[in-house]
Ligand binder design. Sequence first.
Ligand SMILES: [Zn+2]
Length: 237
Amino acid sequence: MLFFRSPPPSPDACPVCGGTEFDLRPVLGTELIAAWQLSSEEAGYINRQQGHLCLACRANLRTRTLAAALTEHFGFSGTLKAFCASRRARALRLLELNEAGALSPWLSTLRRHTLARYPEVDMQALPYTDGRWDVVLHSDVLEHVADPLLALRECRRVLAPGGVLLYTIPIVHGRLSHGRQGLSPSYHGAPGGEQADMLVHTEYGADFWLQPVAAGFRKIGLFTLGGPEAIAVVCEK
Ligand SMILES: [Zn+2]
């Protein structure tokens, strides 16, 4: 992974709120680094992905990437905050599956937005009719779902033709994806917080794109703010 030895340049402005001050607060403990067998380079980019924060809105690099992917998809050049006040965004039927971090307060201002949380709503059996949504969005949720392919198929099913799914997952790019079945349980979140919904079922690697292909999406792309830590998957129905 020689291309990614150095961190990408800091963005000029936060794509969520327009803030210009950032700070890095590493999130990985030694336990998780050991459980995932991460190199220091891999731990570095995951720390930036999850812990490089906009000091104004607290959006980390992961959710800033997702926000920029969303506005870019609709050809909007401003922040998510401005996008959510636009006529275009206000017409969108948008389903957010679990809070997408600092994006959630802005998305919630949309008239036709719904936030569906686990376990009330199961991603593997979404309680919506076919074609119900224009946008489906989730951020670091898929790795916690027992059958992620089924979840992606459900996301596709509830999208209208031409609709878009945007999501992030933690990806260790130098290896292939594997399930954690048979391995010791691994959890995201604060050390000691071993809630079942934080249990990791899949550790994604370089072949992560095969899942949305298998789920039947017509067009699959990557949106990036630079580096392996700032990638959003954009899937069109
Ligand atoms: Zn911000």
